[in-house]
Design a protein around this ligand. Structure first.
Ligand SMILES: [Fe+2]
Length: 279
């Protein structure tokens, strides 16, 4: 190989890798579906949940991408939609009115419930110089018809049957209050689902009656090195970095890789639209 060929070959590979990581993979949504056997006869039929997380509306994640992702997710015909936080990246670069209209794509299709993430405002966001409270993000969600569960729960009636949905506040923001989120939730009567942005928040409610916990936060690592894994996953308990994993015997934690990303790139770690079927 001549020096000239080597130079142009290397330069071409670098441009190709950059283009792939910034322009192709971040929008290459993977649609996944997993069955979770926790219903034990308590539902009329299998309950389909669309689990979306880490939307990260920003200069890197435009509304048209989120609208397209929502429509693609709805093709799975969910009975219930669960969102697990990080609706924005910072307080600077999102259009609240457009966001409300985009989220209505989801709420027009099925009851939609949401927990908040560390980027949505609160202690962690304040330390980053952004919103000190999640009030603005909560307003966007509620104006779109999303039920925000911040350390509280609701009994949700769906076509498949009733489920308790509890939502925790964000763990990094010191707002994850397990006792408040589950106060009065009876064990065993109907399946209990917990929305919890950061999987590490599970340590705030180990004895609560949740049977399936839905999480995001990790982005699956956002970068996955072959034969090694993600170089950085921002959680303590790495067992819950991605996918459907058992917890404490008969319970499950699902961590989705998320729809958006931070800073506009993904490598071997595609964005995900997750459907979970409770059967
Ligand atoms: Fe995130």
């Amino acid at each position: 190989m001549t020096r000239r060929n080597f130079f142009f070959g290397t330069a071409g590979a670098s441009v190709g890798s950059y283009s792939y990581a910034y322009y192709f993979e971040p929008a290459w949504l993977e649609v996944t579906e997993k069955t979770v056997a926790i219903a034990r006869g308590r539902l009329r039929r299998p309950l389909r949940i669309l689990h979306l997380s880490d939307l990260h509306a920003s200069e890197f994640i435009p509304m048209r991408y989120l609208a397209e992702a929502f429509r693609k997710g709805l093709a799975a015909k969910p009975d219930l939609i669960c969102l697990t936080g990080d609706y924005i990246t910072s307080d600077r670069d999102f259009d609240a009115a457009a966001y409300v209209e985009t989220l209505k794509i989801l709420t027009a299709a099925a009851p939609t419930y949401a927990a908040l993430g560390n980027h949505d405002g609160g202690d962690w966001a304040a330390r980053s110089g952004w919103f000190p409270t999640p009030d603005r993000v909560i307003r966007i969600l509620e104006q779109a018809g999303v039920h925000v569960l911040r350390n509280r729960h609701e009994l949700v009636t769906t076509a498949a049957g009733a489920v308790h949905v509890a939502g925790l506040g964000d763990w990094w923001s010191n707002d994850c209050l397990g006792a408040a989120a589950f106060a009065g939730v009876p064990a065993g009567e109907a399946p209990v689902i917990c929305l919890n942005h950061n999987p590490d928040g599970k340590q705030e409610c180990p004895a609560a009656p949740w049977e399936l916990m839905l999480c995001g936060h990790t982005h699956g690592g956002q970068v996955m090195i072959p034969l090694y894994g993600p170089p950085r996953v921002p959680i303590l308990d790495k067992r819950y970095a991605a996918g459907l994993n058992p917890f404490d015997g008969e319970r499950w934690i699902h961590t989705t890789r998320g729809v958006g990303n931070i800073l506009g790139f993904r490598v071997n770690c595609r964005p995900e639209l997750s459907t979970l079927v409770l059967a």
